[in-house]
Write a protein that binds this ligand. Structure first.
Ligand code: GDP
Length: 283
């Protein structure tokens, strides 16, 4: 689901998030492992100020493994409970219960001191569009012990998915708006498909990507599209990709719009390999 954000959407998303967050002890913030900085919502810290928090780097299967390890370390060093996960396959989620225990240690201790026993931790998932929130919920819902119904007075209109004796997950995710701070963040979010790429923007995105790959992932283009001189300037490189893939206009000229679309599709599906756009250490 790609979203074009307008101020009205942001206000609505913020209001819904503020309502739902009142119901939970724990916020599970999903980031896209390919863009751990750009996919972070600027206001989540303030909104979740008095809540426990887990930061999951999702789609880790699409991101660079060395960068994954570095980002995991950086986020852990910031004091967050974190893990690399793949919400689609469920990989990395087996230990989710342990992460919850770790993130909610204070709450669990406090309950114990007050003599409250076995009160499950209530959690919600939050993140920008397309980061994998629904996938995450469905992966758990599929194996959940039971779905709990509405609890009158307490959770009006809300469904909870019981993950275990200790954890209940709100079945609707919190949608966070992305950062619009600078153009580069916008380009990266459009590249991974989190914000809509207008048709006209396709070429701009492709050229940016080609420049990025030349700097960080040499060999990727030649590896995917065959004998192409990667040292060519990006616009020419795009023409070469068009030719290599038979993207031609009626007159036989390279169709760079189609080549751009193909390149972006190859990136998003992982066919270009595992690529991290936000570089650890350069953020
Ligand atoms: P939401 O908008 O945050 O709810 O995102 P969705 O759950 O709809 O996921 C968006 C797309 O990303 C879907 O095509 C999912 O199959 C895909 N997806 C979600 N998690 C992962 C993951 O960990 N790895 C990969 N490769 N794809 C994922």
């Amino acid at each position: 689901m790609n979203v074009q954000w307008y101020p009205g959407h942001m206000t609505k998303a913020r209001r819904m998030m503020q309502e739902d967050i009142k119901l939970v002890d724990l916020v599970v913030e999903l980031l896209d492992a390919r863009v751990p900085v750009s996919s972070r919502n600027p206001d989540i810290r303030a909104m979740a100020a008095n809540k426990s928090r887990i930061v999951l780097l999702n789609k880790a299967d699409l991101a660079d493994e060395a960068q994954n390890r570095r980002w995991e370390e950086i986020i852990r060093a910031e004091g967050a409970v974190t893990a690399l996960v793949n919400a689609r396959s469920g990989s990395g989620l087996k230990t989710f219960g342990q992460l919850v225990q770790e993130a909610c240690r204070e709450k669990i201790e406090r309950d114990r001191r007050r003599g409250i026993k076995n009160r499950p931790v209530r959690a919600m998932v939050a993140g920008i569009p397309n980061v994998g929130k629904s996938t995450f919920i469905n992966t758990f819902a599929g194996r959940s012990v039971a779905k709990t119904g509405n609890k009158p007075g307490v959770t009006k209109g809300k469904q909870w998915i019981r993950l275990s004796k200790e954890v209940e997950l709100l079945d609707t995710p919190g949608i966070l708006w992305p950062k619009f701070e600078d153009e580069e963040i916008g380009l990266k979010l459009a590249l991974i498909g989190s914000i809509r790429d207008e048709i006209l923007q396709g070429q701009e995105l492709a050229l940016y990507l080609l420049g990025f790959l030349a700097e960080h992932y040499a060999g990727t283009i030649a590896g995917r599209y065959g004998e192409i001189d990667e040292k060519l300037p990006a616009p020419q490189l795009l023409m070469e990709i068009a030719k290599a893939r038979g993207c031609l206009k009626k007159g036989g000229e390279p169709d760079t719009d189609r080549a751009a679309a193909l390149l972006l599709d190859d990136l998003r599906s992982g066919r270009l390999g595992r690529i991290t756009l936000d570089r650890a250490g350069e953020a």
